[in-house]
Design a protein around this ligand. Sequence first.
Ligand SMILES: *Cc1c(COP(=O)(O)O)cnc(C)c1O
Length: 370
Amino acid sequence: MAAELIPVANPRAQYLAYQSQIDQAVHSVLDSGYYVLGQEVATFEEEFAAYLGAQYCVGVANGTEAITLALLAVGVSPGDEVITVSHSAVATTAAVEMAGAVPVFADISLQSRCIDPLKIASLVSERTTAILPVHIYGQPAPMPEIIAVAQQYNLKVVEDCAQAHGAEYGGQKVGTFGDAAAFSFYPTKNLGALGDGGALVTNQLDAADRARELRQYGWQQRNISTTAGMNSRLDELQAAILRVKLRHLDDDNSRRRAIAERYRQSVDGQKVSFPASIANTLHAMHLCVVECDEREGLRSYLENEGIGTALHYPAAIHQQPAYSGKIRGCHQLHNTERLYRRHLSLPLYPQLTDQQVERVSLSLARWCEK
Ligand SMILES: *Cc1c(COP(=O)(O)O)cnc(C)c1O
């Protein structure tokens, strides 16, 4: 009598929740005869910038390229070092290398699980030109402290907001603190397309102009490449879908937080620990990642109960074969490594029913009582 599996994420449920609006938007694009970098993209860029409180938004093909283009747009050059974290999607490091730059890893704080601002200064070298914090799981990184270090050493700051659409620090949306910021619209993200998509945002006109050139063959004007560029365009279908979903983002994020809070109440103070609540921040709760000394036991118990779990991620970036031993800072990542022995992601998406949330909560509580 296996109960119906509750998945960790469910992009189809997110489509069905807004199906008629999305279908209508898609059909109107199909009818328009214009499919890449058109009016839907331009309007989405305006609406997303306005939502964040940023000046400029540039739609691109995916979140990884959004990071690369953001780094290039703020002036990071080949051979420059970028201080970032090993606790992220591999995409963060891949994006630095795609820009021709060299990633350097700082450890995280156990509380926020984001970059520890106190660990940055000792890693700054002559070649360092930027800091790339990641608002991991939707938790805003401590931006005022990060900006203070950046100012002290004259570094640019590019925020990786791929998991943090709508998260806030001190009432201000993440993505508006640094020189530029990057978002992913991969289908499972808080603001997800139904395919690949990404955007960078900035308050600096020259960075926005540079990103617009780079995303399309270095064109300043059609068919004239004034600089060497690439192809990283957002298409009209994804932009139209994102415009629908953006209208629901705040409600979706509130629902995510409410679900995580229900889970927390079922086990608080016991064998499973929840993300610390950090003053002055609004968590976007992209993922509900708990920590547990007996992670494997908890994981198999939940899986037996029909409750999906996942590891974000199974290994830190410096533990991946492609990067192992190759990145400066990789021997000083004790907090990162501790987290990777203990973390577990619980089911979390806005369309989870109250009944499903209850099932997860009760299973967690039962395991804690064992
Ligand atoms: C998803 C993600 C990315 C990459 O986005 P893609 O759209 O998959 O290229 C980068 N950084 C983080 C933290 C992510 O979660």
